[in-house]
Design a protein around this ligand. Structure first.
Ligand code: NDP
Length: 323
């Protein structure tokens, strides 16, 4: 594994991290979930990304991860960076959703209980909810650190016009924002419009979620929508309609470039993000150990020639590809 420092901090992250949004809920196979986590850890993926609502059922990914830790990796806690988040709908009633202090404080207590952890390494505000003043949300994050429930804090998906204010509040309280999490892939490059620069200027690390566009930037959909794939599953967030003809055609062309580089399409898509040194890590998902093993190998070639980059840009220039 390769590691990068997370922004201007002393903590390093593996350039490939594992996310538990899909494939680790109660609807999934616990043995497969265990094998993925253990295999990831054995290969240096020591950063695991959770959120209160991951499942389904919501909360079950945290519960299952806690079981895996206790069963398989109990003596390795200090070798891991474990994160969680709060901000999306989680329980009934007005306090179970959003970015209020009430939601964040209750949520971290629930997440600690579900995972059986004493603390999270990083706790995120999962989103700006459009209403709660960022002062309130950031103060909740600061207090979570002061209470010893998390070591560091992060923000996820914050709009550009609020991002700087978050960094300022956290910095003034001497709880700097360790990491900012944004969706970033060849098919979603909005972060290049300012968020990445803002994070880097403020010393925050940046991690990319859904770097494979939920599977579209792999060989998964090159020949239709396979049974059991995320787009085929009722509980999957990738809609069949998002597996569009245009995206499949573009992925086929990208796959040709990947082959010439001696990489799978997934490996090239991850390397393409990591070529930018401001990116701390890509948070991948995987439904099998095979996928995980394939993706990890992206680190063998993170460099692109000018010609490769220009060929890729040429394919990506069609606006219908973007989410
Ligand atoms: P990806 O874009 O990496 O998609 C993962 C999916 O792609 C897998 O489940 C699998 O789908 C398919 N796949 C992965 N590798 C391969 C391969 N080598 N060959 C073929 N198919 C492959 O990431 P996710 O969308 O899963 O997101 C990753 C993490 O990011 C989440 O778990 C979560 O931690 C975080 N996240 C954060 C959000 C936020 O709001 N902050 C929002 C969303 C995600 P299949 O099931 O079809 O096999």
């Amino acid at each position: 594994m390769k590691f990068r420092f997370c922004g201007r901090s002393g903590v390093q992250m593996p350039v490939v991290s594992l996310g538990l949004w899909h494939n680790f809920g109660d609807v999934d196979d616990f043995k497969v979930a265990t094998d993925i986590v253990v295999s990831a850890f054995d290969q240096g993926i020591c950063h695991f990304d959770l959120a209160n609502n991951y499942g389904p059922a919501p909360g079950s990914a945290e519960t299952n991860f806690g079981r895996i830790l206790r069963n398989e990796l109990a003596s390795h806690r200090d070798e891991m960076l474990i994160t969680s988040k709060a901000g999306h709908e989680m329980w009934q009633g007005v306090y179970g959703d959003g970015s209020s202090r009430k939601n964040l404080m209750a949520s971290i207590n629930q997440s600690l209980k579900r995972t059986g952890l004493e603390y999270f390494d990083i706790f995120y505000s999962h989103r700006y909810d459009g209403v709660t003043p960022v002062e309130e949300t950031m103060q909740a994050l600061i207090d979570i650190v002061r209470q010893g429930k998390a070591l560091y804090v992060g923000i996820s998906k914050y709009p550009l016009d609020l991002q700087q204010r978050c960094y300022d509040i956290l910095r003034e309280a001497k709880v700097p924002c360790l990491v900012s999490q944004y969706r970033y892939s060849m098919y979603d490059r909005k972060v290049e419009g300012g968020a990445l620069k803002c994070a880097a200027d403020n010393g925050s690390g940046v991690v990319a979620f859904s770097p494979l566009a939920q599977g579209l930037l792999t060989d998964r959909y090159l020949n239709g929508i396979p049974e059991h794939s995320r787009a085929a599953r009722e509980t999957g967030f990738l809609q069949k309609g998002q597996v569009s003809e245009e995206r499949v055609a573009a992925s086929i062309k990208l796959n040709e470039i990947a082959k010439k580089r001696g990489q799978s399409l997934a490996q090239m898509a991850l390397a393409w993000i990591l070529k930018d040194e401001r990116m701390t890590s890509v948070i991948i998902g995987a439904s099998s150990v095979e996928q995980l093993n394939n993706n990890i190998k992206c680190i063998d070639n993170l460099d692109f020639s000018a010609e490769e980059l220009s060929q890729i840009e040429d394919i990506l220039k069609d606006p219908v590809l973007s989410f």
